[in-house]
Design a binder for this molecule. Structure first.
Ligand code: IO2
Ligand code: ZN
Length: 263
């Protein structure tokens, strides 16, 4: 699909070299969400994800994370509502995680770290024709962030976990069908924080309306351990590097407002 077939990342090291100058640079992600500084906005609407599992296409290892990609050539899988003025198209989801359960998320809440974070990526198909266009525009992307905690096994995630050994190496890809990412959302999706930020991987463009869920989901220790069995490196490389700590360092808020949909 357009959205990430050319995922621009080269082989990323866990804490990859940050570029020196970033375009604009005052609306970067991820950030720490300071709850007492967030502002309740009563005009924020309920979020309306509407995903068709038939649009699920493949899962692949891009050398930074593993991505589950969707056909984004129609409006079959969309996100609207919440802080969004337009209708966005689902294009992929992926995760960020640590080498231990003590850290791994990109965003934090009052400095609290989670072992992993899910990102469900959508692009503004009302205003743009391609993901690659939208990724360069201020209102181009909407990413739902969901924190993961270690607890009971997540039944919906298991189908994904079982497919991971087939994409162990960078650039490996397998067909993956009928997966509905709505099963990875928390039961309450009406409580979230939203702010304007950036991609957390190159090209780091400030194109993202972030929608970070207040409620986390639970996955088992063993399920997250399978994420860590993935490799940053391709099958040809002599030295294999475990895919862990694929999160970006936190960025300054630069006075940006963080709105909450709940008081
Ligand atoms: O979820 C995130 O980390 C934000 C994020 C969202 C989209 C994204 O796409 C990278 C990409 C950019 C241009 C072309 C192809 C792929 C990269 C990061
Ligand atoms: Zn991400």
């Amino acid at each position: 699909t357009a959205c990430s077939s050319k995922y621009v990342l080269s082989h990323m090291h866990p804490m990859w070299q940050e570029p020196l100058a970033i375009p604009g640079g005052d609306r970067q992600s991820p950030i720490d969400i300071v709850v007492r500084k967030s502002l309740f906005d009563p005009h924020l609407k309920p979020l309306v994800p509407a995903y068709d599992p038939q649009t699920c296409q493949q899962i692949w290892n891009n050398g930074y994370s593993f991505l589950v990609e969707y056909d984004d050539t129609t409006d079959k899988s969309t996100l609207k509502g919440g802080p969004l003025e337009d209708q966005f198209r689902l294009c992929q989801f992926h995760f960020h995680w640590g080498e231990s359960n003590a850290w791994g998320s990109e965003h934090t809440v009052d400095r609290k770290l989670f072992p992993a974070e899910l990102h469900i990526v959508h692009w503004n198909a009302e205003k743009y024709d391609l993901f690659e266009e939208a990724v360069m525009e201020e209102n181009g992307l909407a990413v739902i962030g969901v924190f993961l905690k270690i607890g009971k096994r997540h039944e919906g995630l298991q189908k994904l976990v079982d497919a991971l050994p087939a994409v162990r190496h960078k650039d490996s890809m397998v067909d993956f069908e009928r997966f509905n990412p709505a099963c990875l959302l928390p039961s309450n999706i009406n409580d979230y924080w939203t702010y304007h930020g950036s991609l957390t991987t190159p090209p780091l463009t400030e194109a993202v309306t972030w929608i970070v869920m207040k409620q986390h989901i639970e996955v088992s220790h063993d399920q997250l351990a399978v994420f860590r069995s993935l490799l940053f490196t391709s099958a040809e490389e002599e030295v294999q590097k475990g895919m862990v700590n694929n999160f970006r360092v936190q960025q300054p808020l630069r006075g940006r407002p963080i709105r909450s949909s709940f008081s």
